[in-house]
Design a protein around this ligand. Structure first.
Ligand SMILES: Nc1ncnc2c1ncn2[C@@H]1O[C@H](COP(=O)(O)OP(=O)(O)OP(=O)(O)O)[C@@H](O)[C@H]1O
Ligand SMILES: [Mg+2]
Length: 139
């Protein structure tokens, strides 16, 4: 597990590091409201060289950027609903899947299904910085 304290203009380095080390599987983005989950996703997509607008997928189940970056937010629907809609099958698809509001239960399901995953836990430290706890635990 690694921890980073990053300002807005420093997230790029973390996005780059994760991009280079994690090319296939699910990135569980944990963190309270407005901690920075969508912002990290934006940096990740940008670092991938994809020039598409990243928006919060609060009302859509899945957003795709390029061919192999997928973005979800399970806050509104809840994990059970998300799974019942067949999203686990989506998460198995080739590419990187960033899931806002993922939790331990999602991790357990992914591990059981042998879907590669990692967790980033984001905490607001103050208005100008966030702590990113990065867990490269493999399935
Ligand atoms: N490392 C950072 N340092 C300072 N501000 C940040 C950082 N990361 C994100 N922010 C700011 O935090 C605010 C909320 O960011 P964001 O929308 O990404 O949060 P979120 O976790 O996706 O929220 P939600 O739970 O509503 O989906 C934005 O104003 C963003 O600019
Ligand atoms: Mg968000």
């Amino acid at each position: 597990m690694k921890k980073y304290l990053l300002k807005l203009n420093q997230i790029e380095t973390l996005a780059q590091d994760i991009c280079e080390n994690f090319d296939n599987g699910v990135i569980i983005l944990k963190g309270d409201l407005a901690s920075g989950k969508t912002t990290f996703t934006k940096e990740f997509v940008k670092y991938k060289g994809i020039v598409e607008e990243v928006t919060s997928p609060t009302f859509s189940l899945q957003q795709c950027y390029g061919d192999r970056v997928f973005h979800y937010d399970i806050y509104n629907h809840g994990l059970d609903h998300f799974i019942s809609l067949g999203m686990l099958e989506e998460l198995e698809k080739d590419g990187v899947h960033l899931v806002e509001w993922g939790d331990e239960k999602l991790k357990e399901i992914l591990d059981a299904a042998e879907i590669e995953n990692m967790t980033i836990n984001i905490k607001k430290i103050d208005d100008n910085s966030r702590e990113y706890e990065v867990n490269y635990a493999h399935a």
